[in-house]
Design a protein around this ligand. Structure first.
Ligand code: ATP
Length: 619
């Protein structure tokens, strides 16, 4: 059977065994594109409010250039008609070469002005466009950075990326060319209409009969073309998602020899993309001839009626030539207006997606009147804390915990028992559903987020290394730290040795996510980073991956340095860490089952003992 690609979100969820499953059921990518979107004034004004800061300064210049360009353009056919009627074939008297030269020279000057006005118009509009896009992109990035974990839980990174890149880019055209072209076309259209009616109203009206037809054809057909191209974009976006996933998961794919299977799906998507591209491009090709035929119909009327009017003496040959030039200048703006309208609708869809993110409120934020948290001593208390990621499914079911300043707490429990949830709540990355968490007696919801998180150091299991130098990565803990402080922190956690052995020492550039460093090295770097930040509370999600004994010992020593004098919560995976903790909290399905230090808990022969036995029986 031909593999089918998924029709987007909402693909069947019926349970099937693997052999029955089609590829479209295996890979489900949420389609992010709004295919068709009606024009919305409110959104349009909001979008254009981004132009406001630059409009006063730049728009008058653009308008002057635009008027200059249009007036010169519309004057040329008039001079041509004069050249024919007055200089080349005058009704009375002989042809005048002097007049012809003068008119030709004037036309050259007009073209020159038109050209210069065009250059400056494009320059100024580009400046406006680029600044608007810059502001929009910054706003969106600034806002996304403030959004809560909850927002990112629900959205794949790819879809967020597409909004910051593709959707913003699709507005670029509108701001750089679209708006100004729209104004130029409107001015030109009105100008030409007035001139046509002025030269000969009968001929003018006759030619304009084709305008509504032309406008209708142009708008309708363009709409179809736009939807076809949107479809192409959507198919390509699915290819991107699959590509992204395939590259990220390439190690697993190769380890399980799933390359063929992935290829089949990719081929199916690729051919769907090609099909939709063929369709869109065929429509595009049909557009030109249809517009030309409609235009030809207008020209036919023009020459047929024009010839008649010349015979009856109501029109001169020169004016007929000028008329035909105006008419051909007439189709372009009409044609472009249809295009512009469609461009506007595409922009509407993009801006809707951008504004949806901009309007998204972080669900964890400073409450009105929140005060900065004074320097923390380190007492932490959980009182009857209940937390649900999703309504009705409690991840923590009434946690009571009393931690004294300087104590180290090891959180243990089976997978999914709520260990990571507890540490996420201390930094208020999620707000609790009910109960209370206090630090030094202050409810963490009453203090500002910055002052709270600024005093908590976090070391996650999957240490995130940013692209940049080793030094930059350590300094991420405290941006104003001196080079010496960076090195002291590295020495304290025993990372100095391996860093100095790297080709560039502290200035070695690490690739994105630090893939060139070993797990243990990355851990040590993150310890140095946390030590530099010198937080009163330390949260540590211990790495699960096993490392060699030597590094293990180094990490244990580094950990001791790091934990000294701080209140710490460790999601512990190593027996040595657990043993040294002041208090071990054993979690089970979101509840605390046991609490105490290692010797107390082992003496009890309860859940802890069973857990230790199951996890560390190989030790
Ligand atoms: N972002 C999330 N959205 C919805 N549910 C979540 C989310 N994160 C965790 N959960 C659920 O909350 C419960 C507790 O998860 P948590 O990550 O705290 O467990 P854990 O003890 O840290 O597990 P592990 O040892 O595997 O890391 C689990 O049932 C999990 O499915």
């Amino acid at each position: 059977m031909e593999p089918q690609v998924n029709p987007g979100a909402g693909a069947t969820t019926k349970k099937k065994t693997a052999p029955e499953q089609t590829l479209d059921e295996r890979f489900v990518y949420k389609d992010d594109d709004i295919i068709d979107k009606a024009f919305d004034w409110k959104q349009f004004t909001r979008l254009f409010s981004y132009m406001k800061p630059y409009a006063r300064q730049m728009l008058p210049l653009v308008l002057v250039m635009m008027v200059l360009g249009t007036v010169t353009k519309l004057t040329v056919p008039f001079l041509t008609s004069m050249a024919i009627d007055k200089a080349i074939a005058p009704k009375t008297g002989s042809p005048s070469l002097t007049l012809l030269y003068t008119l030709t020279a004037s036309v050259v000057v007009l073209y020159l002005i038109q050209w210069i006005a065009g250059i400056y118009r494009i320059k100024f509009t580009n400046i406006i466009g680029q600044r608007v896009i810059y502001d929009l992109r910054s706003d969106l990035f600034r806002h996304i950075q403030k959004l809560s974990f909850n927002f990112f839980d629900k959205r794949p990174a790819g879809s967020v990326l597409v909004r910051v890149t593709n959707d913003i880019n699709s507005l670029q055209d509108l701001f750089t060319n679209g708006v100004v072209n729209l104004m130029i076309d409107c001015v030109q259209l009105v100008g030409i209409m007035v001139i046509l009616l002025f030269i000969n109203w009968k001929l003018g009206l006759a030619v304009m009969v084709t305008v509504p037809i032309m406008f209708f054809v142009s708008t309708k057909l363009r709409q179809k073309i736009r939807i076809a191209w949107q479809d192409v974009r959507m198919k390509n976006s699915r290819i991107n998602s699959h590509l992204n996933e395939s590259i990220q998961g390439i190690r697993v794919t190769q380890a399980y020899t799933q390359e063929q299977e992935n290829m089949k799906y990719f081929d199916a998507m690729n051919s769907e993309s090609k099909k939709s591209w063929d369709k869109a491009s065929a429509m595009n090709q049909a557009f030109g001839p249809i517009i030309e035929i409609t235009g030809g119909f207008g020209t036919l009327i023009l020459f047929w009626l024009g010839a008649y009017l010349i015979q009856s003496g109501e029109l001169t040959v020169g004016f007929l030539v000028a008329f035909s030039t105006y008419v051909s200048n007439f189709w372009d703006p009409i044609n472009r207006l249809g295009q512009m309208y469609n461009q506007l609708l595409v922009a509407m869809a993009s801006s809707e997606r951008i504004f949806e993110y901009l309007d998204e409120k972080p669900n964890v934020s400073d409450k009105p009147g929140a005060t900065p948290l004074p320097t923390i001593q380190g007492d932490i208390k959980f009182e009857k804390v209940i937390f649900e990621y999703e309504k009705g499914r409690a991840a923590l079911k009434g946690i009571d915990l009393d931690v004294k300043a300087g104590q180290s707490i090891a959180l243990v429990g089976h997978t999914g028992s709520g260990k990571s949830t507890i540490i996420n709540l201390i930094g208020r990355f999620y707000d609790i559903t009910s109960g209370k968490i206090t630090i030094d007696g202050k409810d963490i919801r009453d203090v500002t987020l910055d002052s709270l998180r600024g005093q908590i150091g976090t070391v996650l299991q999957d240490t995130f290394i940013f692209s940049g130098t080793i030094r930059d990565n350590i300094r991420f803990g405290r941006l104003d730290a001196t080079d010496q402080e960076v090195e002291e922190a590295a020495k304290a956690v025993d990372a100095h040795d391996f860093i100095t052995k790297l080709p560039g020492g502290y200035d070695t550039e690490v690739e994105e996510r630090g893939s060139a460093l070993s797990m243990g090295q990355r851990q040590l770097l993150s310890f140095a980073r946390a030590l530099l930040a010198d937080p009163r509370i330390l949260i540590l999600d211990e790495a699960t991956a096993s490392i060699d004994t030597e590094t293990e010992l180094k990490i244990q020593e580094a950990l001791k340095t790091l934990l000294q004098g701080r209140t710490s919560f460790i999601v512990a995976h190593r027996l040595s860490t657990i043993r040294h903790a002041d208090k071990i909290v054993v979690l089970d399905h979101g509840e605390i089952k046991e609490e105490g230090n290692h010797s107390e808990l082992t003496a009890r022969d309860g859940v802890y003992n069973g857990l230790i036995e199951a996890q560390f029986r190989f030790l």
